[in-house]
Design a protein around this ligand. Sequence first.
Ligand code: NDP
Length: 342
Amino acid sequence: TRVLLTGGSGFIAAHVLELLLKRGHSVVTTVRSQSKADKIKQAHSDATKDSLDFFIVEDVAKEGAFDEVVQLKPSFEAVIHTASPFHFNVTDVQKQLLDPAIIGTTGILQSVKKYAPSVKRMVITSSFASILDPFAGARPDHTYSEKDWNPITQEQALENPGNGYRGSKTFAEKAGWEFLEKEHPNFTLATICPPLVLGPIVHYLNSLDALNTSNTRLRDYINGTLKNSSDKEMPGPYIWVDVRDVALAHVNAMERDDAQNKRFFTTAGFFSNSEIVQILRKNFPEYRDQLPPESWKGGYRPTPHYGIDNSRCEKILGIQWTTLEQSVVDTVKSLQALRSSL
Ligand code: NDP
């Protein structure tokens, strides 16, 4: 399949790209600069121009940002849209979080409908942030599934960067489904809704300070930053997933007929920071002095808390979840390899 992948320089997208190439798809990925394209090319030095090519889209929030790339030849048959800001380092929630997420999503949908009638399938990276009600607390009486929507309002989203990010994912995904309903495009849609994504780094990083947001707690445990964490309950979300399972969800959602027009709540299950620390202590004795001490009582999930139903991903996408131990070990090994190469 000829695939357009947006945001190929990102943590999750780099795994999606790897899997697409492994399965023999032909990919054009958008990145924000030529230097990012060059780094990805270096990582896939055996890929031909037919199997992997690049197009620069500096800012997905710009009007018509995707108009040109969707018209490249040979024509695209599928689009995977991952590009969206995921960090909390913002001073203007509207401009830095909401606009790129929402306009980025509506923008690619519009460009494809207008200029790329050959596209039959669209997969969008959404988030558990668009499922979870962030104002309902631990919510022990509820089981989250694809049926749930975050009730966050525009006003709440503008209150702080955390709400801003959750709002950005909720409004962007909603805009996607609304587009499908109103515009009746030529393509079907699937959305992937992961919670905290952990896993090895395969994208280019020029420094460990530039690490993607969801892996930072692993970096900060092994470098001692979180050694003196207080004895508090951990903040949510209490669920996680491995990045390789998230990549598989994207590619299988693109490939499989029965995955069309569905949301996918991609989560491996519950975790806690205390479990992460135990896994680190067991597998990496060299970090003993950087980790919170064995007497540490913190990092637990509140109990009781909400339940989860991830059965649709298992049934339709065929995902068998990577374990937390495997994921943490592989991530730390990749951080170690990165540190020695930087
Ligand atoms: P990264 O920060 O590694 O990736 C984000 C990607 O989006 C980068 O390629 C980035 O480009 C690109 N991007 C951001 N803003 C813009 C913009 N205005 N114009 C063009 N490109 C832009 O994070 P992840 O890989 O984790 O995130 C990928 C997707 O997954 C996002 O949609 C995120 O919301 C979603 N997600 C992630 C979760 C996680 O825990 N990691 C959980 C749930 C959802 P550049 O690097 O050049 O800035």
